[in-house]
Structures are given as structure tokens and as C-alpha cells.
Design a protein around this ligand. Structure first.
Ligand code: F3S
Length: 419
């Protein structure tokens, strides 16, 4: 790689051992991908924020001890725990201790403690064309596709190095030539009633990810009425069933004003997605036949203030059944917003538990005796069994609420579902 004088100095240790190590990792990565040079990024979003293995904690602590400091604004994905409600979440002492070690190391290096996987809905939201270094697959897909910012799907800890150096190797989705669509998906047979249901977008994302795999793929037929929260759910699902880093929604996302613009020429033969395929995807995602789940898990990715308002409206003041836990995960910023508006108190008095900082897939499994969960998130449903051992039912937010209130799985017939 061609490095500038300053980059070469960092590599020889002029800015300390942490910067030298981070630069070496980035240069090695660039050489693997054939990058000719580095390019500056304006911010980083770190994915390695929840405790998984000791090596992750030790790596971050080592960088912090060696004097590592983030050179660009750097924010954090969720922790494994809610730092402020450890007792309520029954967090074991060892998990709390390791999570707090990660917290201390990141804060020492100057990270912003956002602890959210929906960083595009608050605070440091990048702009169109901005070069960034983000981890967390749903956030990457959203930033690239919906905002038009530019990041690769950075692996855990590479994002930390990018934050310390403020630069990344120039390759992949940072470059215009790699953002051209390679495959096309077309929606056919969907009615306006189907598109009016927010439950369709996670399922479309899940199917889209399976088809797209790691290709930049365009999708035609998405309605203009699609909301930011729908696109969040779509991005999360697509990036969990496929290695999706960038998609184009024709006529909706900023780099896709037309099919022609997506492909910079003629489009290939499309893969058609129909309501029947959505029904089949939903069946694949629901592996539970349990009638009485123990947990309704919402907020994967983290709930927005609008989603909390919708939840409150659907609950209509009814209490959650005693047989079931209804948990919602969100960011500290949204938690504070709904607290100020009085929404949090209303939800809590109905028996809804709201957690910030954490992730529903990382709850302390051994501290709870859950057997089956229900969620409106296709990403949660996709990973639920492998991460937690729980079987899962996918359903709309309305169905999740009715299930929480009755303690019994509530499903509605119609729309794309086969009766
Ligand atoms: Fe966020 Fe955890 Fe889901 S990090 S996207 S809530 S799996």
C-alpha cells in the first residue's frame, strides 16, 4: 500500500504502541483486499461491545492501556447487559464485571457511550456520501443503503482500529464502482393492505438477504409509504439472512432513483418475490409450536420513540399477562425521551420491562427459565434458537401485544398468510 508520510510514522510508532498496532492491522487488511491507499473516515461505530470471549475484552483493554485514543467520533453498539438495570435483568456477577471492563476500556479511549444498534436514529447520523467505518450488520446496511454513507461490513475489532486511526483501507463499498447493483429482486402481487402492515418488511428483508447473499442487489416494487422503522427492520433482516452490506430500493434509496441508475446500464433478469414466498419465509422463521410463550422480545434493532408510541397505542392500557415477560430494548437516548413524555411510566405500569444498552439476544439465559419467545423482528427470530436455545414465533407488533396481554400466541389470518 502507498502510505503517506504521516501514516508511515504512525506505523513506526510515532503516536504510540496502540496506534501502531491499529495501523498495522488496517494495513494488513488493506493488503489482503488489494487497497492502494488509506482514506479518512469521519466516524466509527464499534460492534465488539458485548462480552463474548475474554480475548475481545483483553484486546480492547490492551489498546486502552497502551494509550489508544479514538481519533474520530466513535460510538458503541449494545452491551450484553443493561448497565443501569443489572438486578432487574438478573445479570450474573461475572458477566457484569466483564461488560464493565469493556465499558471502562472504551470510555478511556474516548468512545461515546451510545450503546445502540440503531445509531442512524440518533446523535451521530452520517450524511450522504460520508466515508465512515461502522460495525454491526443492520447499521451497516442501513447507513450504506438508506442514507448513502459509505462503509464496508467491518469485522469486530477492525472498527476499533479504524476509530483509533480515523482511516481505513480504500476498498469495497467505499468506492463508487463497487456500489453498482449486480442482481435484481422484484416484488409482485403485493396489495396496499400488505404493505400497510409493518410485519411484511422484516419478512421481505429476510427473503431479500437470502437471495442477495453478498451481492449488491436492487429491489423494485417497495412502496413509497415505507417508513424509517420499516427500513430498519428490513436492513436488519437482510443483513442477518445474507451478507448484505448495501442494497438499492428503486425510487426510494438515494443511489437508486431508477433501475438504470442502480445498474448503470441494463438490469439483469429479476428474481420475483411473491406474497406466497413471504408466507413461507414466515413459517421458516417460526420454529415454535408452543401456545404459551414466556417472553415477548421487542427492540431488535433497538426500538425508536415512534415504535414505543405504537406499542402503547396497541396496549390500550391493558396489563401484560402474569405468565409472560414483555421486554423492549432501546438506546439510552430513546429511553430518556419516552421517560420525559410519560410513555415509559405508562408502559411500566402495564407490566412492560424496558431495558437500555443491551440486546434481547444476549439476555442472561441461565438466569431465566424461558422456553419460547415471540418477536416482531425477523433478525431476532433468525438468531433466536442458535443464540438463546429458545424456540420462537414471528408475529406483527399487534400480535406480539395481544400475545403479551393474553399469555397465548395470537395470530391473525389473511394478508400473505395461507389460511
Ligand atoms: Fe441490536 Fe442485538 Fe438485534 S445488537 S440488531 S438488538 S441482535
Amino acid at each position: 500500500m502507498r502510505l503517506t508520510d504521516h501514516e508511515r510514522e504512525i506505523l513506526s510508532g510515532s503516536e504510540g504502541e496502540a496506534a501502531r498496532l491499529a495501523m498495522q492491522i488496517l494495513v494488513d487488511l488493506g493488503e489482503i483486499y488489494g487497497a492502494g491507499e488509506m482514506l479518512p473516515v469521519s466516524q466509527a461505530h464499534i460492534d465488539m461491545t458485548l462480552y463474548m470471549v475474554d480475548a475481545g475484552v483483553e484486546f480492547v483493554e490492551r489498546l486502552a492501556e497502551l494509550g489508544g485514543r479514538f481519533a474520530v467520533p466513535t460510538q458503541l453498539n449494545p452491551s450484553a447487559i443493561d448497565f443501569r438495570r443489572c438486578r432487574e435483568l438478573r445479570v450474573p456477577a461475572e458477566l457484569e464485571e466483564k461488560s464493565r471492563r469493556l465499558e471502562r476500556a472504551y470510555l478511556k479511549m474516548g468512545a461515546v457511550p451510545t450503546w445502540t444498534c440503531a445509531p442512524y436514529q440518533q446523535g451521530m447520523i452520517p450524511g450522504f456520501g460520508e466515508q465512515i467505518a461502522w460495525g454491526e450488520s443492520n447499521a451497516i446496511a442501513f447507513a450504506n443503503s438508506v442514507i448513502g454513507a459509505r462503509t464496508n461490513r467491518y469485522a469486530d475489532l477492525v472498527d476499533v482500529c479504524a476509530g483509533i486511526i480515523g482511516r481505513v483501507p480504500r476498498f469495497g463499498l467505499h468506492l463508487s464502482e463497487n456500489r453498482r447493483a449486480e442482481a435484481l429482486v422484484v416484488l409482485e402481487g403485493f396489495t396496499s393492505e400488505m404493505f400497510a402492515s409493518s410485519a411484511v418488511y422484516p419478512l421481505l428483508g429476510y427473503l431479500f438477504g437470502e437471495i442477495a447473499a453478498d451481492r449488491v442487489t436492487a429491489l423494485a416494487g417497495m412502496p413509497e409509504s415505507v417508513t424509517i422503522d420499516d427500513l430498519k427492520a428490513f436492513s436488519a433482516a437482510a443483513a442477518s439472512s445474507g451478507a448484505v452490506g448495501l442494497f438499492h430500493l428503486v425510487g426510494i434509496t438515494p443511489e437508486a432513483p431508477s433501475l438504470e441508475a442502480c445498474f448503470r446500464g441494463g438490469a439483469p433478469e429479476p428474481v420475483v418475490v411473491t406474497p406466497r414466498m413471504v408466507a413461507e419465509a414466515e413459517e421458516r422463521l417460526s420454529d415454535s409450536t408452543v401456545e404459551h410463550p414466556d417472553l415477548v422480545a421487542l427492540g431488535c434493532p433497538h426500538f425508536s420513540a415512534d415504535e414505543f408510541a405504537a406499542l402503547n397505542e396497541l396496549l390500550q392500557g391493558r396489563p401484560v399477562d402474569e405468565s409472560i415477560a414483555c421486554w423492549v430494548f432501546t438506546s439510552r437516548a430513546v429511553y430518556a425521551q419516552i421517560e420525559r413524555r410519560g410513555l415509559l411510566a405508562r408502559l411500566q405500569s402495564a407490566g412492560v420491562a424496558v431495558f437500555s444498552d443491551g440486546c434481547p439476544l444476549q439476555y442472561p439465559v441461565k438466569s431465566w427459565d424461558f422456553r419460547a419467545a415471540m418477536s416482531n423482528s425477523a433478525k431476532f427470530a433468525n438468531y433466536c434458537y442458535s443464540q438463546t436455545g429458545l424456540s420462537v414465533v414471528y408475529g406483527s407488533l399487534r400480535e406480539c401485544v395481544e400475545t403479551a396481554v393474553s399469555g397465548r400466541v395470537s395470530r391473525e389470518a389473511g394478508l400473505w398468510r395461507r389460511n
